[in-house]
Design a protein around this ligand. Structure first.
Ligand SMILES: [Zn+2]
Length: 457
């Protein structure tokens, strides 16, 4: 499969070659955030995963148009505004500013376009009117609803039949819908809510309509890839697709979804608190650590964010930085990046973005360069270093030449202090569990006069 990117497609459940509508160009749409609170780790993960895909495609020579929307009108924004007696638009603007701060901090490239739902309301009204005309939607108490029954393969992304989806749907008591799986296209406004005019009365569009309109407007029919977190596959993406199909339009050619982030309370370090807020995480640890964690897991697998996994990611970054420092003091001959290293890297990435495999090649290369430097083989070191910088560019990892190789990452130092606090309080079980976390993160723990001391093996 060398030479062609293969990706898992949610619509087929298969890994298949990723083909594009136009040669050397990729059009991709990734559902962005609803801006009503701080971004959490799940937001960070989907942003980083699709950032890695985008960077890898660009590194491979594609020109990528990347669209990611901002949902700036939604029930959650309205609820928060009401509970704080504030304007929904003000909440959305502030939360969006925090969103971009977090994305910049973790090094996610800005989208080519980041459309706002509120800029597209008249287009959404037009789309809903057309769905009504075609009999794919109906007006009921509360608003306009879509009939999924008009779409032959509804359930494609859920990987379930429409009958089983119907049987499993929750029936609400005061439901005016024809079927429990019908979804709202236009919500009639309740008093005090922000509204837009429509032929069906003042209200606002449903969430599933905005992405169809924006994706088709900015990327056109049959765009290459639609992505998001795995929780969006159904019902959000299914419903986006259903509207396009009901209009007779080709929608995304390929669907990609990433796995969950587990921040299970039991597994999280009690002493450090839960890193559920992305900004808290990047403020307390090296912001590159979260990208490293995402890269060390396969994008479709879940992964855990614990003090141990974050500490281990920081240690991995330390190896890269340590090598960068070492190389900054060496004049290497100018040679081409070593081709077999890059071939191996490409082969892993082309196999459904096997980033754990690709990172293994990165770290083998680090060892190879250090060994070559030890032996004074500068030509070998130069070729391998060229390949290393290229691979790191492809996945968006920066290296730094500052600091010392013996630096203890902040998260590890905090754990050592927490262990001392636990010991002072005679909480032996707590102290032991922190020792286990430190050991799991790859550190040797010793008791010294000054308290817990950690060092690399
Ligand atoms: Zn969406």
């Amino acid at each position: 499969m060398s030479g062609v990117l293969h990706l898992h497609d949610t619509a087929t459940g298969q890994i298949a070659p990723f083909t594009t509508r136009e040669p050397n160009k990729v059009s991709m749409y990734v559902c962005g955030p609803t801006v009503y609170g701080p971004p959490h780790l799940g937001h960070g993960r989907f942003s980083l995963n699709f950032d890695v895909l985008r960077r890898y495609l660009e590194w491979s020579g594609y020109e990528v148009t990347y669209v990611s929307n901002i949902t700036d009108i939604d029930d959650k924004i309205i609820e928060r505004a009401a509970s704080e007696s504030r304007d929904p638009a003000e909440i959305a603007q502030r939360c969006e500013a925090v969103w971009w701060t977090a994305m910049d901090a973790i090094g996610v490239k800005r989208p080519t376009f980041s459309p706002h739902a509120t800029e597209y309301v008249s287009d959404m009204v037009e789309l809903i009117a057309e769905l009504l005309e075609r009999g794919a939607a109906y007006v009921a108490e509360g608003g306009v609803y879509f009939r999924p029954g008009v779409v032959d393969d509804y359930g494609l992304l859920a990987r379930q039949s429409i009958e089983s989806l119907r049987a499993g749907a929750r029936v609400e008591v005061d439901d005016s819908k024809e079927s429990p799986i019908d979804f709202v296209l236009w919500k009639l406004a309740k008093p005090g809510e922000p509204t837009w005019e429509s032929p069906w009365g003042p209200g606002r569009p449903g969430w599933h309509t905005e992405c169809v309109v924006m994706a088709l407007d900015l990327l056109g029919e049959g765009f290459d890839l639609h992505g998001g977190g795995q929780d969006l596959a159904f019902p959000h993406h299914e419903n986006e697709r259903a509207q396009a199909v009901a209009l007779g339009k080709r929608f995304a050619a390929h669907w990609a979804h990433n796995g969950f982030v587990e921040t299970d309370g039991e597994k999280m370090s009690k002493s450090l608190g839960n890193f559920t807020n992305l900004l808290d995480l990047v403020e307390s640890v090296d912001p590159r650590a979260y990208r490293m964690l995402c890269l060390q897991a396969h994008y479709r697998s879940p992964f855990e964010v614990t003090a141990a996994t974050v500490g281990s990611a920081e240690s991995s970054l330390g190896r890269l930085d340590g090598l960068a420092r070492r190389l900054s003091g060496v004049t290497l001959p100018e040679v081409d990046p070593q081709a077999d290293i890059l071939d191996g890297f490409r082969e892993r990435m082309d196999d459904d973005l096997d980033t754990p495999g690709a990172m293994a090649i990165v770290f083998t290369t680090v060892t190879r360069i250090n060994t070559a430097l030890d032996a004074g083989e500068l030509l070998t070191a130069a070729g391998a270093a060229g390949a290393l910088w290229s691979m790191l560019e492809a996945v968006g990892l920066d290296v730094r030449e500052v600091g010392s190789p013996d630096d203890v990452p902040d998260v590890i130092a905090q754990l050592a202090t927490a262990r001392d606090t636990a010991r002072a309080a005679r909480d032996w079980a707590g102290a032991d569990s922190i020792r286990d976390e430190l050991t799991a993160a790859g550190w040797i723990v010793e008791d010294s006069v000054g308290g817990t001391a950690v060092r690399r093996p």
